[in-house]
Design a protein around this ligand. Structure first.
Ligand SMILES: Nc1ncnc2c1ncn2[C@@H]1O[C@H](COP(=O)(O)OP(=O)(O)OP(=O)(O)O)[C@@H](O)[C@H]1O
Ligand SMILES: [Mg+2]
Length: 249
């Protein structure tokens, strides 16, 4: 069974058709890239999947259940997790503290005035494990606001992982990064998917990254689905070349 299915999904904003008749399926364990020119509807697609607003038409099915009327908090509980803007990080706190807060919230123990030594240690172990999963343990006690942009986004991914994603949505995870940071983030996305089994959808403009790591690629253009396939199929698709690759060249 597919983990996620969109069935003839459309979203209008007044007269503007942001997405029209989108049907797609994401299988468990997949690493799927969503590409397309600016304004194609990629972020709108993520907003629909994560319940930020409902589709105007169509159905979204996650894990066999229709979710198009389910609120974002409930979808987080069910495992649909997206990365947030960098401003979601507490910039004056350390990496450890940011991830500790995230784990405490995810565990529902954040408002406790008193925590047993055993619980405190359990949370601490989880924070430590998270820092190792995203490979930022060496910067645990650095103030987040003083880290590079790339490292801040890695912390965001760590926060997302604290919520135990079954479907991870990353909107332009490498935007604004230099080569080394981009390489680190790309390797992390691949590792989370291939070695840690997290089904992931990511929006990315850099074709080298997309063709390098995605299992399948969905191409949006002007709110419609232009093509879907693997790297070979997409790079050889004349419609894609005309609409997207040609434009970028
Ligand atoms: N909340 C909204 N209200 C009105 N129009 C919106 C809203 N969200 C998106 N749009 C419009 O829908 C279209 C698709 O926008 P979207 O942000 O999904 O594109 P995108 O593919 O993510 O583009 P980019 O690559 O620039 O991030 C655009 O014309 C945008 O202006
Ligand atoms: Mg966008």
């Amino acid at each position: 069974m597919s983990l996620l299915q969109l069935q003839s999904v459309s979203r209008r904003f007044g007269a503007l058709k942001a997405l029209t008749d989108i049907s797609l399926s994401v299988e468990p364990g997949e690493l799927r890239a969503i590409i397309g020119p600016n304004g194609a509807g990629k972020t709108t697609l993520f907003n629909l999947i994560s319940g930020f607003f409902p589709p105007s038409d169509g159905q979204i099915v996650f894990d066999g259940q229709p979710i198009q009327t389910v609120n974002p908090a409930e979808l987080v509980r069910r495992g649909i997790i997206r990365t947030f803007q960098v401003t979601e990080i507490f910039r004056s706190l350390t990496v450890y503290e940011n991830l500790r807060i995230a784990v405490e919230i995810a565990q529902g123990v954040n408002m406790r005035p008193w925590m047993s030594r055993a619980l405190w240690k359990r949370v601490d172990d989880q924070v430590d494990a998270l820092m190792h999963r995203v490979k930022i343990a060496d910067k645990a006690y650095r103030v987040t606001g003083e880290l590079s942009h790339g490292d801040q986004r890695v912390v965001e991914v760590g926060i997302a992982l604290s919520r135990n994603p079954r479907l991870l949505l990353l909107d332009e995870p490498t935007a604004g990064m230099g080569d080394e940071e981009t390489h680190h983030m790309t390797a992390l996305i691949r590792d989370l998917n291939k070695n840690q089994g997290i089904t992931t959808l990511f929006v990315e403009h850099d074709m080298e990254i997309v063709f390098g790591i995605a299992d399948r690629i969905t191409v949006l253009d002007n709110g419609t689905m232009l093509a879907e396939g693997n790297a070979d199929e997409i790079s050889n698709n004349p419609k894609v070349q005309a609409a997207y690759l040609g434009q970028a060249a």
